[in-house]
Design a protein around this ligand. Structure first.
Ligand code: ADP
Ligand code: MG
Length: 611
């Protein structure tokens, strides 16, 4: 055979191995996004080194200098040289990716940082007499030289991203970068109250969290109070739960202690801060009953999971984790958080009382609720004895014509409810608040919030009986939606029927509403259906049906409730007060705001110097 015929023609090779510095810079692209990422990696290394005191100093938002000093176990010269090599780590002694007991394990932070900045590491191994130093500049590793250092490790990162200027363009203002770095420190500090953390910028101390010597469970709330503000401890409930070796502890904010973003939700898996979509979704689900869509609870939750049950190697910066049995973790967390907030459902946040009533020097909100409990025994069971609601519908077709004017109460009406826990209605303010006179004070009711809670509890009661009672519309309501919204809604027609809504598709983008929940009366059906379609698009696929239902009932209740701005007659107001007395959780609307506030007569007297 003529071998020449089969000899492949040589073409120039197109594939090459990348130089190590480039490899490290590519890794840095994932791991080091901004100065705060460097802070995170270096401080995690210090924690892994067993430090009890960690000090971070930044200059110019961290762009010219990031310095981290720790008093951990340090490194000897051999380890120092290895530390800046790619995939070199002391943290995977058994080659077992499912037994990770440190914050780090990928062995890429230091080489990545060294490839894009001027990095100097100085370290003195515990017990050693000498310290050594190593400089890496744009990936070029220098010689190990003797240095002087009392102990631990000192890392200096100068001119971050100088070697890959494209990244510099993505940096935000110094202030934003500092905020991010402080956030990293706070998250790590929450999980490690026994370590002292300090962070300064351009010589100014930004945060200083002293080490706490108490056991973890008592130290954690003290550290959290320092980070999340005074008032944290007074406005949270302890969370505790355990299932199949997985433990959750932490603190769930009262529904009335809410924020505008979910930034105050802190999640930790084996003390590692994570921002996990699954876990954040669970928090939202747990509070669905209590909070408006645009309000977010405060929560700090620590999950302790056997290392074999969780994979932390799913995200380059380790911000996400994957659980072996995510449904179980989800159930555990949801149950524990719900139990915690359920146990405090009659407590409203102290901030409500302080902010809204400070000028009145009112007793803390909730005292009235306590009084109510005393008077009617079990406030959830039945209307307060002897104070039957006047037979006045608050919703539906019999609603007041808009021209109707509120009238003054008859003396007889005031007398009839003089002893009722929520008193006798005497006036309406701004068509929004009901003023009621109680035996020893006065209360102010938010009519929409209160009615919404009542409607919600009615829906819930009907659901747990035989489904929501329906009422046929004379003419079906025609609702135009996007095709995605329509499809999402119509995919669940059977479930909607149980909730009292009979929906029918009509072309790609039109939904016909044939029947609505009877308790909704004459509300804006199209608006309701649109809101429900929005609701559906918000929930993660993984959420259980029951969780969605609660939010959906809440949307329905909102639509069926007396609006703020609606004039009410005295007998209607009294009817509402009596229903509140008979309704569980009536002190708080579905969105976590209080439904009423109270002021004792004694306090009114103090205001006027009568006491
Ligand atoms: N502050 C420190 N104190 C002691 N040892 C350190 C410190 N920082 C880094 N090291 C050592 O350098 C190694 C490499 O660090 P790094 O690149 O962050 O990777 P990883 O943390 O994933 O191991 C670590 O495994 C550790 O042994
Ligand atoms: Mg590391």
């Amino acid at each position: 055979m003529n071998s020449a015929l089969h000899k492949p023609i040589e073409t120039p090779s197109q594939i090459r191995r990348l130089p190590m510095t480039l490899v490290n810079q590519i890794a840095a692209g994932e791991v080091i996004e901004r100065p705060a990422s460097v802070v995170k990696e270096l401080v995690e290394n210090a924690i892994d080194a067993g430090a009890s005191d960690i000090e971070v100093a930044l200059e110019n938002g961290g762009t010219t200098l990031i310095r981290v000093r720790d008093n951990g176990r340090g490194m000897n010269p051999t380890d120092l040289a290895l530390a800046v090599e790619r995939h070199a780590t002391s943290k995977l002694p058994d080659d077992d990716l499912l037994a990770i007991h440190f914050m780090g394990f990928r062995g890429e932070a230091l080489p990545s940082i060294g490839s894009i900045s001027r990095l100097t590491i100085t370290s003195r191994a515990r017990g050693a007499v000498d310290a050594f130093s190593l400089h890496v500049e744009g990936g070029a590793v220098g010689e190990i030289t003797p240095a002087s250092l009392a102990g631990g490790t000192l890392i200096e990162v100068r001119d971050l991203f100088y070697a890959i200027p494209a990244r510099l363009k993505f940096l935000k203002s110094a202030r934003t970068e500092i905020t991010n770095a402080v956030d990293i420190i706070e998250r790590l500090a929450m999980a490690h109250p026994d370590i002292r953390f300090r962070i300064s910028h351009d010589g100014r101390m930004m945060r200083d969290f002293p080490a706490l010597t108490q056991d973890w469970l008592s130290a954690a709330p003290l550290r959290l109070e320092k980070i999340l503000g005074a008032g944290f401890a007074a406005n949270v409930a302890a969370v505790e739960g355990e299932r199949e070796g997985i433990r959750v502890t932490g603190f769930a904010g009262l529904p009335t202690y809410h924020r505008g973003t979910n930034q105050a939700q802190y999640l930790f898996v084996n003390r590692r801060p994570v921002r996990d979509r699954l876990l954040l979704g669970v928090i939202r689900a747990a509070y669905q009953d209590y909070l408006a869509r645009d309000r977010h609870p405060v929560a700090v939750l620590f999950l302790e999971v056997p290392t074999s049950e969780v994979d932390v190697n799913v995200h380059p910066a380790k911000a996400e984790v994957r659980f072996k049995d995510s449904q179980m973790v989800r159930g555990l967390l949801l149950g524990a958080v719900r139990a915690a907030i359920g146990a405090t459902s009659q407590r409203a946040s102290t901030t409500v009382a302080e902010q809204a009533l400070s000028s009145f020097r009112a007793e803390p909100y909730g005292a009235q609720e306590a009084a109510l409990n005393k008077i009617s025994g079990n406030p959830y069971a039945a209307p307060a004895a002897g104070f039957a609601a006047p037979n006045v519908p608050l919703w539906g077709k019999e609603y007041l014509p808009p021209q109707h004017k509120a009238q003054a109460p008859q003396a007889a009406q005031v007398a009839a409810y003089a002893d009722a826990p929520l008193g006798a209605a005497v006036a309406q303010l701004h068509n929004t608040y009901i003023v009621a006179q109680t035996k020893d004070g006065l209360i102010l009711v938010d009519q929409h919030a209160a009615h919404e809670r009542i409607m919600y509890e009615k829906f819930k009661a009907q659901m747990s009986a035989d489904g929501v009672a329906r009422q046929m519309l004379l003419l079906p309501e025609v609702v135009e939606l996007s095709d995605a919204q329509a499809a999402r809604l119509l995919a669940r027609t059977e479930e909607w029927a149980k909730l009292g809504l009979i929906l029918e598709g009509f072309g790609e983008t039109t939904v016909l509403v044939r029947e609505v929940p009877a308790i909704l009366g004459d509300s804006d059906v199209a608006g309701l259906v649109r809101d429900l379609a929005d609701d559906l698009s918000l929930y993660a696929e993984g959420l259980a049906l029951a969780d969605k239902l609660e939010a959906i009932l809440s949307t329905m209740a909102c639509h069926g409730s007396v609006r703020a701005g609606r004039t009410m007659r005295i007998d209607e107001m009294n009817a509402l007060l009596r229903q509140m007395e008979a309704t569980p959780f009536s002190g708080q609307c579905n969105h976590g705001r209080p439904t009423y506030v109270s002021l004792a007569k004694a306090d009114v007297e103090k205001l006027f110097g009568r006491r």
